[in-house]
Ligand binder design. Structure first.
Ligand code: ZN
Length: 360
C-alpha cells in the first residue's frame, strides 16, 4: 500500500531502487561513484524531490510514504558505502601493483601467451652460413682476442708505427699500460699471425683457416659504415701457391654462397700485408650484372680485399718465405648480409628492432 501511495506521486520506488543499484554497480572508480551518489541522493535527485512532495499527501499516507523514502535512502547509502570501500581497495592495490612487479603474475601471463620462438640474429646466421661454406671447402675456423697488442694488429702485418697505412684504420685504443699499445682490433688479420705462430710452434703448416669475428674502427655510423662490424678473413699457407689459387678460391666461395649466377673479379689494390694485392667485386646481387642504381650501373659490387701474403708478414710470424707461400682474403659479414638480403641501412643490424630482425 505504501508503494501505491508513492507511485501515485512523482516516482516508482521499485523502479528507482533498481535503476539506482544498476548505476552504483556501473561506477568503476570512486570518482564516478561520487557523481552517481550526487545524482541519486543529492538535492535535485528524484528521491529528494519525492521527499519535498510528501507535504501534499494526507497525514497518514505521508507517514508511511516518508518511512518508505527514508528506508530506500538508507539502503542506497549502505550499498554506495560498500561499493566505495571495494573501489578504494581496488584503486589502492592498482597503485601498489604499478610500483611492484608481481613475478607470479608475469609467469602466469607468460603461460597464457603462446611462446614465440626466437631465432639467430641476421649477422650470426650469415656468419654461420659463411663458415659452413668454408668448412665444406676444407677450411678450419679460428678465433682470436678482440683487444690486441699493437704488434699483432699492426706491426706483424707490416704496418710499423707511423706507417701511413695506419690512417686507413682509425682506431680505439685501450687505456692500459703504455699509451697506444692495446687496441680494439681493426680487422681479423691479427688472428692470421697468431695462427701462423702456433703452426710454426707445432710444426703443423700448411694452414687453411678462416677467422670470423668482431672488429672496431672509429667510423661514424651511416648507411654503409659501422664503428663495430664483423669480418671474416681466410688464410692459406702451403708450398707453391699462386695468385690463381687465390682467384679460384674466391670464385668458388662466391658461387657457393651467393649462387651460381654470381661471379667474382679482382682489381689491383694496395694492402700492407699482401703483395700483390687486389680488391674483389662480385656480380651485383640486385641486377645480376645488368647494371642498376645499387651498383652505379657497373653490374659489380665491391665485397673485400685479398692478396698473396707479404714475405715481411711471414718473417714476423717466423715462417720462411722462401719455402712457403700463402694468400689471404677478407670481407665484411655485415656487408655480405646486406647484399644477400638487400638491407638498405647497415645500422639496422645493430639496433635490435625485432620488426626488422623478424624478417630474416
Ligand atoms: Zn646492380
Amino acid at each position: 500500500m505504501a508503494k501505491g501511495s508513492l507511485s501515485s506521486g512523482a516516482i516508482d520506488p521499485t523502479a528507482l531502487e533498481a535503476e539506482s543499484l544498476q548505476a552504483i554497480g556501473a561506477a568503476t572508480s570512486t570518482e564516478a561513484l561520487d557523481e552517481v551518489e550526487a545524482t541519486l541522493l543529492g538535492k535535485r535527485s528524484a528521491l529528494a524531490t519525492a521527499h519535498r512532495r510528501l507535504g501534499q499527501l494526507d497525514p497518514e499516507t505521508r507517514r508511511s510514504a516518508g518511512r518508505e523514502l527514508n528506508d530506500l535512502r538508507a539502503r542506497l547509502e549502505a550499498v554506495i558505502a560498500e561499493r566505495r570501500a571495494g573501489l578504494r581497495a581496488d584503486e589502492r592495490s592498482a597503485v601498489l601493483e604499478a610500483d611492484r612487479l608481481d613475478l607470479s603474475e608475469v609467469v602466469l601471463e607468460g603461460l597464457r601467451t603462446p611462446l614465440r620462438r626466437g631465432h639467430r640474429h641476421l649477422v650470426t646466421s650469415t656468419r654461420d652460413a659463411l663458415e659452413d661454406v668454408f668448412v665444406a671447402m676444407g677450411f678450419t675456423v679460428a678465433e682470436g682476442p678482440e683487444a690486441e697488442t699493437d704488434w699483432y694488429n699492426f706491426e706483424a702485418l707490416n704496418i710499423p708505427p707511423a706507417h701511413p697505412a695506419r690512417g686507413m684504420y682509425d682506431s680505439f685504443y685501450l687505456d692500459v699500460g703504455e699509451p697506444e699499445t692495446v687496441v680494439l682490433r681493426t680487422h681479423t688479420s691479427p688472428v692470421q699471425i697468431r695462427l701462423m705462430e702456433a703452426a710454426v710452434a707445432a710444426g703443423s703448416i700448411p694452414i687453411h683457416s678462416v677467422m670470423p669475428g668482431r672488429c672496431y674502427r672509429r667510423d661514424t655510423a651511416d648507411a654503409s659504415h659501422l664503428p663495430v662490424f664483423h669480418q671474416v678473413e681466410g688464410v692459406v699457407v702451403d708450398r707453391g701457391l699462386t695468385f690463381a689459387d687465390l682467384a679460384g678460391t674466391i670464385e668458388t666461395f662466391t658461387a657457393a654462397y651467393f649462387g651460381p649466377e654470381v661471379h667474382s673479379r679482382l682489381r689491383p689494390a694496395y694492402f700492407p700485408f699482401t703483395e700483390p694485392s687486389a680488391e674483389y667485386d662480385i656480380t651485383c646481387t640486385i641486377c645480376l650484372g645488368a647494371g642498376c642504381r645499387t651498383c652505379s650501373g657497373t653490374g659489380w659490387l665491391e665485397l673485400g680485399g685479398c692478396g698473396m701474403v707479404d714475405p715481411a708478414v711471414f718473417d714476423a710470424a717466423g715462417i720462411d718465405p722462401l719455402e712457403w707461400s700463402g694468400f689471404a682474403f677478407g670481407f665484411g659479414i655485415d656487408r655480405c648480409a646486406q647484399m644477400r638480403h638487400e638491407v638498405a641501412d647497415l645500422r639496422n643490424l645493430l639496433e635490435s628492432d625485432v620488426r626488422f630482425l623478424r624478417q630474416f
